[in-house]
Design a protein around this ligand. Sequence first.
Ligand SMILES: Nc1nc2c(ncn2[C@@H]2O[C@H](COP(=O)(O)OP(=O)(O)OP(=O)(O)O)[C@@H](O)[C@H]2O)c(=O)[nH]1
Ligand SMILES: [Mg+2]
Length: 390
Amino acid sequence: MAQNGYAAPVTPGSTGIGIANLPNQRHKIVAKRGGHFTIMVVGESGLGKTTLINTLFSTELSPPKNYKNRHVKALDKTTEVEIIKAELEEKAFKIKLTVIDTPGFGDYVNNRDSWGPIIDFIDDQHEAYMRQEQQPQRNEKIDLRVHACLYFVRPTGHTLKPLDIEIMKRLGTRVNLIPVIARADTLTQKDLIIFKQRIRDVIAAQGIRIYQPPMEPDDEQSMEHAKILMAAMPFAIIGSTQDVQTADGRTVKGRQYPWGVAEVENEQHCDFRKLRYLLIRTHMLDLISTTEDSHYESYRQTQMETRKFGEGKVKKTDNPKFKEEEEALRKRFTEQVKNEESRFRQWEQHLIAERDRLNKDLEHAHSSIKALEAELDNLQMGYSRGSQRR
Ligand SMILES: Nc1nc2c(ncn2[C@@H]2O[C@H](COP(=O)(O)OP(=O)(O)OP(=O)(O)O)[C@@H](O)[C@H]2O)c(=O)[nH]1
Ligand SMILES: [Mg+2]
């Protein structure tokens, strides 16, 4: 594969998971918070969400024996999420990792029903946690609040679709949203770079909130990492659990093509390592604390402001989600009116043209009649002259 001009790999060798290398201070925070870390994958059907999860587990995240349990939770009758739990352990240091695999939605237009429940799921986790927090016994909370949400973008090479924009907007205000380009091996490196830039432009223009690694000016190394990670967003991903043989004889996780191997863990080929590095090495804690301090807090506040004491989840009309829906409905309505209007205009134009055509026909008919009448007059005159002669 062609060189892509990325900076030299930033991710060090893959010894261990890296949690044990966290500074002591951070160790304590994680320990205090119970070390829960939850990742969710979202995106259209068939983009490789499940494959990426399996790739994470088959590389260094966790050996299969740590696949603690895998269970399926129905969101509603059409949507199911799969919840995979594993425990990461390193030097007696534990993190409870949960990965939530959501079913992909189709790319047809009216598929609210398939991604709406995903948004609800995220809100419900905040809600459940808030309720538990209000209980007198506050130990051992069940916590499935999503710390990082990977949004899969189809590798079209063009730009984000309206559907992507709509969903990403909603996700971005609720969770740490990390956009990724799915199946990056299907684009050339040149197209990938252009595609990334277009996506970044749309994200900025549409005001979509995505996760930003914190910039700490007094910490040179973290600044360096943050810059490299930001430059790679949206992360290009190749997923595969297959071991394949490279031309130079290495065995790697990758996808075999007639022209060579697209390697999962090669930073010249994709950003899988950078993403994994961000998730479980450098930014796990930041993802946890921003979820806690920013996303959960903003959910809690809106709920508290609008909810009367003793009431459950706020009334539909006060609910920010309802407002979003209302806004979307209004937009759709305006669009429909616009469409109808333009259909009407076209029809009107058509009628005018038709009227003009008929008028012309009429004129034409008139002049033919006139000509015929004149001919008739001539004939009659000829006839009377003839009969006079007789
Ligand atoms: N070329 C290529 N194919 C991939 C990649 N990742 C996954 N695939 C293939 O894409 C197909 C769908 O992958 P899944 O992981 O099932 O996709 P998904 O997003 O989980 O799909 P849903 O569960 O239906 O939403 C499979 O045939 C995978 O082998 C990738 O990085 N590159
Ligand atoms: Mg899947």
